[in-house]
Write a protein that binds this ligand. Structure first.
Ligand SMILES: Cc1cc2nc3c(=O)[nH]c(=O)nc-3n(C[C@H](O)[C@H](O)[C@H](O)COP(=O)(O)OP(=O)(O)OC[C@H]3O[C@@H](n4cnc5c(N)ncnc54)[C@H](O)[C@@H]3O)c2cc1C
Length: 544
């Protein structure tokens, strides 16, 4: 038997407070007005660092959900069975209000507090965040029909996780999903063919058609897009009808996905499903857009969370693993890689919290305009960066990083999802152009934000260059990615200069703005104090 020291294996990253170990998050929570939620996020951070919670994450992914279309008598049931660990994860998430915090406590900083809490808890497991996120996001859309909201909101905001398909009236809490995507076109929802026919009672419809991606199909109700007589409209489709019978919502099969394996994503047939219209007929996209905007914020939070977790694993590993006679964390080239990853992670955390703060302050016109464009910019860029960050962090663990037990493979498979759902990269980049054209105030709000910090010659040059690029009208669509990624980097630079660790801001501007950088992580210009950036990001275990 070799003992741990001789084997040169780091101790497992367990028994630490995921929140308290994250200086950029703690600072941002306070700055964005969410300090009142400190105890909640602290408690989730403590739980997220326990072996018990980490085990739930592994178990829920090792035992993916299972579809049961019929019961033993041949009757349709359309149920998905989840491992008990999934339910434990959900119980913590719902019990701490991650699906509803700003709606339960509509006070300044509530979205920021929820963002911090969701980011911390998602580090345990990403898949179960899907129904949590969709429930959080569905409520603003539902409020467009006050009578429906009055019925569903108390259950959507309840802290009781109450799984199972029973009539809503006998439930202590409910969860929501969404079904927009169809086989013939996901991004272009105007191509939806699901039909909605009036069911004889005002506001009630019968839906017929198929949905190609419908995640978390055991949710209690779904917001669904379908073609009504006056055009594409938004509907609420419950899984169980008021009389206790099942709605005609049939699960055809579950997708065999790259990652996100703890969660179920279904193909669904609506065979004359009973539905109630939400919002105005023919204004489906406008109605559901509020839900989309909130889930897009969650894509940014999810990506920031993945990056943070990957950086925590990499910095922890390097501090305990030796090669060629020295710790990895003392090797100049590894220091360069880790510091570069930490800078990217901090830039994303700061951006995520600033955006969540804009959701809190969206009664102010400038914040509402900033939010409109900022979400699309950040969704495009951070979801792409998460893929690169996780891949590089995985390599920091060498062969151990390629092995499932290290958790890095799970993070790696999860990473691309945020850039696909709720608007893939191109769709988001084009949405930024749409915001610019339809809501020019959003461009002014963006520049108001990036020009509000301390003077920095590199930032000023980048802003001037961006303005020139935006003025040119030729090939705008083909240049959308180039523009949007530049907008994201300029925004991150300005936020870091104002609020981040000064050294992190300096490194970000030198590398990402001024181009003193290569094409892979670890190509920063060597400088003293890079170790201090790593130490800022390295989690400390309770035992030291
Ligand atoms: C795990 C998972 C879970 C999901 N869960 C749900 C769910 O619960 N509910 C739901 O409704 N949907 C869900 N989706 C579907 C998801 O939102 C869609 O896959 C996504 O919107 C893209 O649509 P699509 O797959 O039809 O691709 P397409 O629309 O065919 O797009 C393919 C590619 O073309 C690009 N593209 C599209 N239009 C343009 C253009 N004009 N110019 C340039 N490029 C363009 C896109 O960016 C994309 O890269 C889920 C997807 C995944 C992977």
């Amino acid at each position: 038997m070799t003992d741990r020291v001789d084997a040169n294996q780091p101790p497992p990253l367990v028994d630490y407070n995921v929140f308290e170990a994250d200086a950029p998050l703690g600072e941002a929570l306070e700055r964005e007005g969410g300090a009142w939620a400190h105890d909640l996020v602290h408690e989730l951070g403590r739980l997220a660092g326990t072996q018990k919670a980490i085990d739930w994450g592994f178990q829920a992914n090792a035992h993916p959900p299972h579809l049961r279309t019929h019961d033993r008598f041949g009757e349709r049931i359309d149920e998905v069975e989840f491992h008990p660990a999934w339910h434990e994860l959900m119980r913590v998430a719902v019990g701490h209000g991650l699906h509803a915090l700003p709606w339960r406590e509509p006070r300044p900083g509530a979205h920021a507090a929820r963002a911090a809490a969701f980011y911390v808890w998602s580090q345990v497991e990403g898949g179960h965040g899907c129904p949590v996120s969709m429930t959080y996001a569905a409520l603003p859309t539902l409020r467009k029909s006050p009578r429906l909201a009055a019925k569903w909101e108390p259950l959507m905001t309840s802290l009781d996780y109450d799984p199972g398909l029973v009539p809503v009236t006998s439930k202590k809490g409910v969860l929501f999903g969404m079904a927009m995507t169809e086989r013939q076109g996901g991004s272009d929802v105007r191509a939806n063919t699901t039909r909605a026919e009036p069911a004889g009672v005002m506001g009630e419809f019968s839906l017929t058609g198929q949905k190609w991606f419908c995640s978390a199909p055991m949710c209690d109700a779904f917001l669904v897009l379908a073609q009504a007589p006056d055009g594409l409209s938004c509907f609420l489709v419950p899984r169980v009808l008021p009389d206790g019978t099942r709605n005609r919502f049939h699960i055809l099969r579950l997708k065999d996905k790259l990652g996100n394996r703890s969660n179920a994503s279904a193909e669904v047939e609506l065979g004359g499903a009973w539905a109630v219209m939400v919002g105005e007929e023919g204004r489906g996209v406008r109605t559901i857009i509020d839900m989309v905007n909130h889930t897009r914020l969650d894509c940014v939070i999810g990506s920031a969370s993945l990056m943070r977790h990957a950086v925590a694993q990499a910095t922890h590993h390097a501090a305990h693993r030796s090669a060629f006679g020295k710790l990895l964390s003392e090797q100049p080239l590894m220091v360069n890689v880790l510091a570069d990853l930490a800078v990217e992670s901090e830039a994303t955390t700061v951006l995520m919290m600033r955006l969540a703060g804009a959701f809190d302050r969206d009664a102010e016109p400038a914040e509402a305009h900033f939010r409109r464009i900022g979400v699309a910019v950040a969704k495009f860029w951070t979801t792409k960066r998460a893929i690169a960050v996780v891949a590089e962090a995985l390599e920091c663990l060498g062969g151990n990083g390629y092995v499932e037990e290290s958790i890095l493979p799970r993070l790696y498979r999860e990473a691309p999802l945020n850039s696909i759902w709720e608007g893939s990269g191109n769709v988001n980049a084009l949405d930024v152009l749409r915001a610019m054209q339809r809501e020019p105030e959003s461009v002014a709000a963006y520049f108001g934000e990036v020009e509000s910090g301390p003077r920095d010659a590199r930032l000023e040059r980048a802003v001037a260059e961006l303005k020139r690029e935006l003025k040119a009208t030729a090939d705008l669509e083909a240049r959308a990615r180039r523009l949007v990624e530049r907008m994201a980097i300029v925004l991150q630079a300005s936020l870091l200069l104002r609020h981040g660790d000064p050294l992190v801001g300096e490194i970000f501007c030198a590398s990402r703005l001024d181009g003193d950088w290569g094409h892979s992580f670890g190509s920063l210009k060597p400088r003293a104090q890079l170790e201090s950036v790593i130490e800022r990001h390295r989690p400390q275990l309770y035992s030291g």
